[in-house]
Ligand binder design. Structure first.
Ligand code: ACO
Length: 370
């Protein structure tokens, strides 16, 4: 038995949800470029769950279902009020999503219909939880979700209490489309491992949030913004990046386990970052990002991943830095739940082996002799 570090190159399951073939990402066989240009996030959610694009009435029904499910149990809101104000936002999300299960009478109903209803509730309630957390920690009251608006609109509305501008809603919606699913990424794998024990969907999503939090995965978007803020201006970029690379330190938002010739999602976010920079009359973050990309790609051959330009996109939308990774979760919960439903459909316990590298033939030594 020989271990493959980080399971690189290991094919651990079959899946018909999304694919990465020759650097092209598809959801249910549709190129991400096509979806980024034409689909709404809700259409993508439907596509991931049901395997086909919705017709008009199916999409309207999904909008209604999501709208009706967006209110979070008051007991969970009361719990969020007890969280320390300076707690990590992904830790808060992880705890609140776990708590949702306590107040869902269907939490342990493993029927397919109940699991689909719970997937809808999770998709609808993650934005409400994150917006509520963001307001509560500032001493403000949470804002109830609005009916008959998109998830992107509702999130911005619940966060600020103001009607968001359509340009902001469109940008966030596209970012949600781009982050929705990504084959067997670390958080999706964590979700599948959890539910393959026949544990419930809330446990699966809670595991996934824990995995997404780390800076080698979803946490990278926040780390990118921290880096941009630390660098400050374009004139500091070259010295900063060269020093990091010389010290063999990682530049957040670059590199990928699967894509070696570039992440197909990054170009959409780069374009949005430039457009939003122009609209907000602040090209600083975009200009710095372009310069960083030139240096890192030039010196290391590494290309930006989905997290790199999403940092400047969200900053242009005036979203606090520590909500970037929770926003990733608002989108990816669609993929997590699609994968959880797929895992239940054809389940087998996921239980690989480890190559043992410890000592052998040891004997128990009584405590007084140690
Ligand atoms: N900056 C500098 N060097 C890097 C970077 C980077 N961002 N990424 C990889 N490298 C280097 C490594 O140091 C290593 O060099 P070495 O062979 O000289 O030791 C080589 O490239 C291979 O890197 P690994 O870390 O082994 O690649 P792996 O496939 O394990 O990791 C990962 C992929 C985690 C994404 C990595 O590229 C990384 O840490 N990137 C920064 C964090 C990040 O942006 N994560 C988000 C990924 S996308 C997502 O999850 C949504």
């Amino acid at each position: 038995m020989t271990a493959t570090k980080g399971l690189e190159g290991i094919v651990a399951t079959t899946s018909s949800i999304s694919s990465i073939i020759d650097g092209v990402l598809t959801y249910r066989g549709i190129d991400i470029d096509d979806l980024a240009d034409h689909a709404s996030f809700e259409e993508v959610v439907y596509l991931l769950w049901y395997g086909k694009l919705p017709n008009k009435s199916e999409l309207e029904q999904l909008h209604r279902d999501l709208s009706e499910s967006a209110t979070v149990a008051d007991s969970v809101i009361q719990q969020i009020k007890l969280y320390p104000k300076d707690t990590n936002s992904m830790a808060a999300l992880r705890s609140a999503v776990s708590a949702l299960a306590l107040y869902d009478s269907e939490a342990n109903d493993m029927s397919q219909e109940a699991n689909l209803r719970k997937a809808i509730r999770l998709q609808a309630q993650l934005p409400t939880i994150i917006a509520a957390f963001a307001r509560i920690r500032e001493g403000k009251e949470p804002i109830a979700p609005k009916a008959n608006v998109s998830i992107a609109y509702n999130f911005l509305y619940m966060l600020t209490g103001k009607e968001p501008e359509s340009i902001a809603v469109e940008a966030l919606d596209k970012a949600l489309v781009l982050h929705a699913d990504h084959e067997l990424n670390a958080s999706t794998f964590a979700a599948r491992v959890t539910v393959a024990t026949l544990s419930d969907i809330y446990s699966g999503v809670t595991s996934a949030i824990g995995a997404l939090k780390g800076p080698l995965h979803g946490g990278a978007n926040e780390a990118v913004m921290a880096m941009l803020e630390e660098i400050g201006t374009a004139s500091n970029v070259e010295a900063y990046i060269s020093e990091k690379l010389a010290n063999k330190e990682k530049i957040m938002g670059f590199g990928h386990r699967v894509y070696k010739n570039g992440d197909p999602r990054a170009k959409h976010l780069q374009k949005m970052s430039g457009e939003l920079g122009k609209i907000t009359n602040n090209m600083n973050w975009y200009d710095m990002s372009i310069q960083i990309e030139e240096l890192v790609t030039g010196q290391k051959g590494l290309k930006p991943n989905v997290d790199f330009y999403s940092a400047s996109v969200y900053t242009s939308l005036e979203i606090p830095r520590d909500l970037f990774t929770p926003i990733f979760a608002i989108s990816r919960v669609s993929g997590w739940t699609a994968h959880i439903l797929e895992q239940y459909e054809n389940n087998r316990l996921i239980r690989p082996r480890a190559e043992y590298t410890g000592p052998v033939n040891q004997k128990y030594v009584p405590i007084e002799s140690r």
